[in-house]
Design a protein around this ligand. Structure first.
Ligand code: ASN
Ligand code: ZN
Ligand code: CA
Length: 340
């Protein structure tokens, strides 16, 4: 009998750390309390109770429940342990919706199954990660002094995208394929931010700008972080994957916005080219569409930078035609980061 359903979906109010006051999808349980179970997308948000990332399993931690369906206090480093959970729960939903509404992808594995999301992992763990084995995301509380909880939009999008990459091209997490794996997470993490169109955490080409201000990585000139590569070279695959990703992040910016100085949503960028060319952008939605098709149709576990150029050109040909401006822009942007 319908009126006796034990669980029903409800709209909760969340006081988030990074995106203001928001609505979150929760589930009312048989005892009348509300739980951070997303009835639409299937993901569940839990408190890891400071268990270290290496020990977390899907069954670890405690499901968040609440009597009045009003969650968190909007503060960073909050003593209210539900505050980081508000951001994690909502931003996982934004990521799911981005993939669903943009590419028709039904969850991380495209099987409609929701993941488990953990907040408060470890002690002063200034990181977040995806685990295939656990089918879960883990987020830490930051460093305890400067960096707060690692649950902002682009970070959640980044981690969930590692699951998408595993389920598709499965790019090996070392050398050039590892850089492409990391860049794929940076690119779609950023696209989730653009998709969410939040007034507080605006779309930008800065990664982890909210939880590690002013930013951890940036796309227009990745080397500004002191470690990432702007241009491909034979030795780029020797870098840590979070720095060899710079070549693809730089490609993404150039193909989206073009070379030179530009202010977007109030942030000033200045993107150089490695070959002295001038590149005209086609907008990040088209570049993301090309990247998604390349990732899901053409890239494999061993794709390197040269292979990524071929994969994205194949995707651009499929989507826009071989003589399109989009195809030409993808080619020009790769050439501008020295990938031929
Ligand atoms: N946050 C990092 C990442 O997703 C964690 C790691 O290096 N695996 O890349
Ligand atoms: Zn990553
Ligand atoms: Ca950002």
């Amino acid at each position: 009998m319908e009126s006796w359903d034990a669980e029903q979906s409800a709209a909760g109010t969340g006081h988030s750390e990074y995106t203001g006051d928001i609505l979150i999808d929760t589930t009312q349980q048989a005892d009348g309390s509300y739980a951070l179970i997303d009835p639409v997308r299937g993901h569940t948000t839990k408190d890891a109770r400071n268990l270290s990332s290496s020990s977390v399993k899907a069954s670890s931690g405690t499901l968040y429940t609440d009597a009045d369906n009003v969650w968190g206090d909007g503060r960073k480093f909050s003593t209210d342990r539900a505050t980081a959970a508000v951001d994690a729960h909502a931003n996982t939903a934004w990521t799911y919706d981005y993939y669903k509404n943009t590419f028709g992808r039904n969850g991380i594995k495209n099987d409609g199954k929701g993941a488990t999301v953990f907040v408060h992992v470890g002690t002063n763990w200034d990181n977040a990660q995806w685990s295939d084995a656990c089918f879960c995301m883990m987020t830490g509380d930051g460093d305890g002094t400067t960096d707060p909880e690692q649950v902002d939009l682009d970070t959640m999008g980044h981690e969930m995208t590692h699951g998408v990459t595993s389920a598709t091209a499965n790019l090996r997490y070392s050398s050039e394929s590892g850089g492409l794996n990391e860049a794929t997470s940076d690119i779609f993490g950023t696209m989730v931010e653009w998709y969410a169109n939040n007034a507080v955490d605006k779309g930008d080409y800065l990664f982890s700008d909210q939880s590690t201000p002013p930013w951890l990585r940036r796309f227009d000139k990745p080397s500004l972080d002191g470690r990432s590569a702007d241009c491909w070279s034979k030795s780029v695959g020797k870098l840590d994957v979070h720095y060899s990703s710079g070549v693809a992040n730089h490609f993404f910016y150039l193909a989206s916005e073009g070379s030179g100085a530009k202010t977007v949503n109030g942030v000033a960028y200045n993107s150089p080219t490695c070959n002295g060319s001038t590149v005209t952008g086609i907008g990040n939605q088209k570049v993301a569409a090309v990247w998604y098709r390349a990732l899901t149709v053409y890239m494999t576990s061993t794709t390197n930078y040269s292979g990524a150029r071929t994969a994205t050109l194949n995707a651009a040909r499929d989507l826009y035609g071989a003589s399109s401006a989009e195809y030409a822009a993808i080619a020009a942007a790769w050439s501008a980061v020295s990938v031929s």
